[in-house]
Design a protein around this ligand. Structure first.
Ligand code: PLP
Length: 400
């Protein structure tokens, strides 16, 4: 089919390179560190089954009906309670819009706030799903480098001052893809800068509850004195298959976002919203999150131990205090895409870093997910990757 039949905005969006990788990585004999998937053994299958039975008995026909676009009220109340308890945020259900995963929230934010020539600022490297979602609406994504404890604040200020981006999109806790978190000072500074330059802060926090070391830090939203948006999801603390996420923001913003949501899907599935709420109302989610934290902490430790054992010392990596990802930097001049080809032959997969950069950078970087694989597979997979690096260094580069 001729390309010109597609809209300009569709043609502009980068092809999802990760989908191709995940296809290869999903083969049964491949050990995959590629996807951002939770561990399947930790899903609350029995609890969700029981919740579903109760839901059908108590509200069967209501759950099959259309519902309000802003979402199921008790679930919106649950979101408020949680932020009140966790972060002292003073919000009401009127500040909450339930979305079909937080990925939909990114699309709605793009639709409501961005014109084609509006700049969008985000982290470098940045979340691929946000690059993709915002690319449909803006032709001007700029990235601000991360420095290990948050963005480079000088470059950030220069970017906000000179480009006046509408949005700064950030993942301050255990960022995807780098695993980095913002320190307290940068959180406060970021809130001040957004207020000074009139940029909307979009804080995406799917991983904040998955902390297995260190102390929790308040969300940037708690320091904001100007318009901001906070995104959350049940995907990483319960199950991504539910497709339940949310947007927290001031009512004037939500009014517009609700109209965009109506145009997109009328509302998020009533059945899954009510099922999620039933599950949350009858189970102790804290216990479940604690189980996940402990498991991911062990998996991360295992991956780090194996990297130290099997990777050469010139390969560096982050040691996140939570979340699902570890970020690896190979020496300058090495190509993680070439290493990926060797790795696939060894039946181990990761995501090469380039797609997380909008400027062609990151060729020597890669993302490793530690949440999805068992410890035995992590040991085996990292050993195989170490073997690939040895081959690569020894001249086995596929292009040579
Ligand atoms: C930073 C970030 N935001 C949003 C999402 C989308 O999550 P959801 O399943 O809630 O749509 C992900 C998924 O991996 C993510 O890593």
């Amino acid at each position: 089919m001729s390309d010109h039949l597609f809209s300009k905005r569709t043609r502009r969006v980068p092809k999802s390179f990760i989908r191709d990788i995940l296809k290869v990585a999903g083969k049964p004999d491949v050990i995959s560190f590629a996807g951002g998937l939770p561990h399947p053994g930790l899903f609350p299958v029995r609890e969700i089954k029981d919740a579903f039975m109760t839901l059908m008995e108590e509200r069967g026909s209501e759950s099959m009906q259309y519902g309000p676009s802003e979402g199921f009220s008790p679930l919106r109340e649950w979101v408020c309670d949680r932020y009140r308890k966790r972060a002292g945020l003073d919000i009401s259900p009127d500040n909450v819009l339930i979305t079909t995963g937080s990925q939909q929230a990114l699309d709605l934010v793009g639709k409501v706030f961005l014109d084609e020539d509006d700049f969008v600022a985000m982290e470098r490297p940045g979340y691929l799903g946000a690059i993709q979602a915002f690319s449909f609406y803006s032709d001007a994504i700029i990235q601000v480098p991360l420095k290990g404890d948050g963005p480079d604040m000088e470059i950030l200020e220069e970017t906000l001052r000179e480009k006046q981006p509408k949005i700064f999109y950030a993942i301050p806790n255990f960022q995807n893809p780098s695993g980095q978190s913002y320190n307290l000072e940068k959180r406060k500074h970021l809130a001040d800068l957004c207020a000074t330059y009139g940029t909307i802060m979009v804080e995406d926090d799917p991983y904040g509850e998955l902390r297995f070391a260190g102390a929790d830090l308040p969300p940037v939203t708690s320091f904001m004195k100007s318009p901001s948006i906070l995104l959350g999801t049940l995907s990483k603390i319960a199950a991504p298959g539910l497709r339940v996420g949310w947007i927290v923001g001031e009512e004037a913003m939500l009014d517009r976002l609700i109209i965009a949501k109506q145009a997109a899907d009328l509302h998020t599935s009533t059945i899954t919203q009510q099922l999620a709420w039933q599950y949350l109302a009858t189970n102790n989610i804290e216990d479940h999150i604690e189980t996940i934290r402990l498991a991911y902490g062990r998996q991360r430790d295992c991956m780090i131990t194996m990297i130290r054992r099997y990777f050469p010392p010139e390969v560096s990596f982050t040691q996140p205090e939570g979340g699902m990802f570890l970020w690896v930097t190979l020496p300058d001049g090495w190509s993680s895409a070439e290493l990926f080809e060797l790795a696939i032959n060894e039946k181990v997969a990761f995501v090469p870093g380039a797609p997380f950069y909008v400027d062609g950078g990151g060729l020597n970087t890669m993302r490793l997910n530690f949440s999805n694989a068992d410890e035995a597979d992590i040991e085996e997979g990292i050993m195989r990757l170490g073997r690939c690096i040895e081959k690569y260094v020894g001249g086995g580069r596929p292009t040579e």
